[in-house]
Ligand binder design. Sequence first.
Ligand SMILES: OCc1cccc(Br)n1
Length: 454
Amino acid sequence: VDATSGKITEPGRGPASAGPPPVVESIDYNPPRGTRDFPPDEMRLRSWLFQQFREVSRLFAFEEVDFPVLESEALFVRKAGEEITQQLYNFEDKGGRRVSLRPELTPSLARLVLQKGKALPLPVKWFAIGQCWRYERMTRGRRREHYQWNMDILGIPGVEAEVELLSAIVTFFKKVGISSNDVGIKISSRKVLQSLLERFEVPPGSFAAVCVVVDKVEKITRKEVEEELLKLGVLKDAADGILNALSVRSLTELEGLLGTESEAVRDLKQLFSLANGYGFADWLVFDASVVRGLAYYTGTVFEGFDKEGKLRAICGGGRYDRLLSTFGGEDTPACGFGFGDAVIVELLKDRGLLPSLQQEIDFIVFPLEEVLRPQAGLVTTKLREAGCVVELILESKKMKWAFKHAERLQAKQLVLLGSSEWERGCVRVKNLSSREEEDISIDELITKANTSKE
Ligand SMILES: OCc1cccc(Br)n1
């Protein structure tokens, strides 16, 4: 800023003799509110977590897909009062289009399936890992972004699809060291609610909105739930009947309530029986109070929970047989789940299951004289071609610095290039754990490196 005029000059645009460019207004080094940076330690954990997601998805023969983080707002505008649609990170772009950062991945997946149309053979088994956004009033101090792993099966009307998805979730938990003592998966079906609404002659058009309200039953008071239900045309006796029904504790009890012909009971019995066949039924708990908060679920719904009851839902999902038709497509049976990157990390921390992840350096290459830097580059290239992780020291340093650097990086071996060794066609290799050192030829060094990588 010019001292006299107070004018802010563009950096680097001042008169030649003006000296260094003025500092622009101070930049906040923190990321935007509710968002996270991933410095190396955090990024190693995130990469590890996503690797587990990907390995499970691959085992289940799912193909990875991705979509833009920015979508048409229309994809997410729904009238059922969901929190997720009331917190859209939406805006009008410079072309006057109403757009939104995606709050979830399922609508994008539905859009892509519809875009592919009949050219896409069913069943579709796709997975995605994507950052999702919400504009949460920061009064609640919660995050505005998280990464979600989704797996979805489209084209299978029966609970065989849900059982595959549940098996994938259990496979993930077991893969990261979590057992059915730590975590369970609550299972129910929205067909329970549907039967009750029909019994109480509640207008079917309010089904989604009723589910969204009932999903809040553990977050707001029963009286508030009843008031919100009343606004949806659900009278007191119907509200009582619905809320009481959600506390049934077994499929037998549910059958007593809904009758032996109930689709909900049939689906859930088949689901538990299949899960028993797969060998993971011990992870599942029937819980009629599970409805989940997304408007588009139509059948089975489920959520992973920690048995200590300290954490929010670890993951959640369900059947959404009507979503594609609400986007103008043909009715396509579909089910899927979302698995966030936050609660699972809290659970792993609580259980002491976080992996210790360090950068792994095989070699540090250090030319003792700058004149040998080209040779150091050759050795480095050959080691990398053998698949070794190599850090080449890029500046002229003292030996003491190189040793400290190697120890800080926990490198396995230090390769020193000195003129006397080089004249004999050798380099000096120090093993940094055994402290042994030897002069060996480049060829021998590369042969050993190749062998170690086989
Ligand atoms: O699960 C609801 C949600 C959606 C987007 C971003 C975040 Br953080 N949480």
